[in-house]
Write a protein that binds this ligand. Structure first.
Ligand code: AMP
Length: 434
């Protein structure tokens, strides 16, 4: 009986795996331009980290975590987001005391949430994220937004709208929560079950509700902006003025609260419209946090984080024809077509690989036609043909598959032939791009 993949998971291979690698490379390279360094944290952590870090009132902690006891009865959870693990790693390794502030890390890997699977929504999905910690300047928030917009621009996504909101500090949010609780009290019995729970736990979460009937009530709710103090207003002003000076297309969205409880002050999300009526959903988002590091046992250092969802980004690039053309799987396809040529063919294959070229060989007995098909499927620019006649002469035939031209090359000249061919190709490519 076939074993099915667990619900909400997906296997990555072929074009999608290549696409993910492309995305990772662009996001990672740019992160390094912005001074971020890599960090990898465990896929599972103590459940308490997320309960404390992400927040007991968040949907994630309430109902979306994959939590299980280990054999010693400790409660572990597959990470439902990346920031809490990075904070825990900073504390566990005392990085705040050893490294220069701000600490700047990027991460990439699977995230797990027990959500209802649908298009663009999985139970295991990949995020690329980054965190900057230990510098409370509003320019650090702007830096993260600029990184995101620049990265999306490199990927060809130039029409992204950045939604931002300013939630203020703990006092401001408390006062706002109280006002929301009072506002929603007469309406809450007509609202959805989730909103009723949110009303008890954290009425800010109600603003996130997507149900149309509830949205009509939410539209008239008090807005956070009216609760900000002078200092918070000044901070927000620096952010918006700087975004203006960089020509960033942003919208202030009073209902943007995001799904994780640790955010304070600035929150943001990156949206792309699919057409007049539809949005792809958030490609990524993040915000500022002031208490998170302390919450997990570290010093009082504020930070700003961002995470992109790789599945969403991939979908958007694919639907808009923005993925790069698939690269050749190999530079040379070695066609071993003789009865006694395999030994020489195999040594030549190894020499080619050791000289820095991607190469593959056939070790089965196939017709020329079948082998050329195979080379074509691997998008190989060159086929290197070796049969019994070639072995006798210590030569091979090298065929340029695009031009359909073929030359005889002595064993000892194979690598210099490849070097010349690929130097010429690189020159042609550079010429075309110029
Ligand atoms: P969050 O960690 O909730 O701030 O989400 C950051 C990004 O991760 C979102 O903008 C999505 O692109 C992506 N994302 C969140 N949840 C899922 C999911 N269940 N499946 C796929 N992508 C997701």
């Amino acid at each position: 009986m076939a074993i099915h993949p667990p619900k909400g998971t997906h296997d990555l291979y072929g074009a999608e795996a290549e696409g993910f690698r492309y995305l990772e490379e662009v996001l990672m390279t740019l992160a390094e331009f912005y001074g971020f360094t890599p960090m990898r944290t465990p896929i599972f952590e103590a459940t308490e980290l997320f309960a404390r870090g992400v927040g007991a009132s968040s949907d994630i902690v309430r109902k979306e975590m994959f939590t299980f006891p280990d054999k010693a009865g400790r409660s572990l959870t597959l990470r439902p987001e990346g920031t809490a693990g990075v904070m825990r790693a900073i504390v566990s390794n005392k990085l705040h005391a050893q490294a220069e502030l701000p600490l700047k890390y990027y991460y990439y890997g699977p995230i797990f949430r027990y959500e209802r699977p649908q298009r663009g929504r999985y139970r295991e999905f990949y995020q690329f994220g980054l965190e900057t910690i230990g510098d409370a300047s509003p320019y650090r928030d702007v830096e993260v937004i600029l990184y995101a917009i620049t990265a999306l621009g490199y990927l060809g996504l130039n029409n992204v709208v950045t939604k931002i909101n300013f939630l203020g500090g703990a006092k401001t949010r408390d006062a706002y929560r109280q006002a929301l609780r009072e506002y929603f009290t007469p309406h809450i019995h007509h609202m959805c079950r989730d909103c009723q729970e949110r009303h008890q736990l954290n009425p800010l979460r109600i603003l996130d509700c997507k149900i149309d009937e509830d949205r009509k009530i939410i539209e008239k709710a008090p807005i956070i902006n009216d609760f900000l103090n002078e200092e918070e207003r000044a901070y927000f002003k620096v952010v918006t003025t700087t975004l203006d000076s960089f020509g960033i297309n942003y919208q202030i969205d009073d209902n943007l609260v995001r799904g994780l409880d640790y955010y304070s002050d600035l929150v943001f999300e990156f949206h792309l419209r699919k057409n007049e009526t539809e949005d792809y959903g958030a490609l990524g988002g993040g915000g500022h946090y002031t208490e998170l590091l302390q919450e997990v046992g570290g010093p009082a250092l504020a930070g700003t984080g961002l995470a992109f969802g790789m599945e969403r980004l991939y979908l958007v690039l694919k639907e808009n024809g923005l993925l790069p053309a698939p690269a050749p799987e190999v530079d040379v396809f070695v066609m071993n077509v003789g009865k006694a040529s395999v030994e020489d063919a195999f040594s030549i294959l190894t020499l080619i690989r050791n000289s820095g070229y991607k190469a593959e060989i056939n070790l089965d007995d196939r017709s020329f036609k079948a082998l050329f098909k195979r080379a074509e499927r691997k998008r190989a620019p060159l086929a290197l043909i070796i049969g019994d006649d070639e072995v006798k002469e210590n030569v091979v035939q090298i065929k340029d598959l695009a031009k359909a031209t073929q030359v005889t090359v002595a064993y000892e000249d194979i690598i210099s032939y490849l070097d010349e061919f690929y130097t010429r190709e690189a020159g042609d490519d550079a010429g075309e791009k110029a």
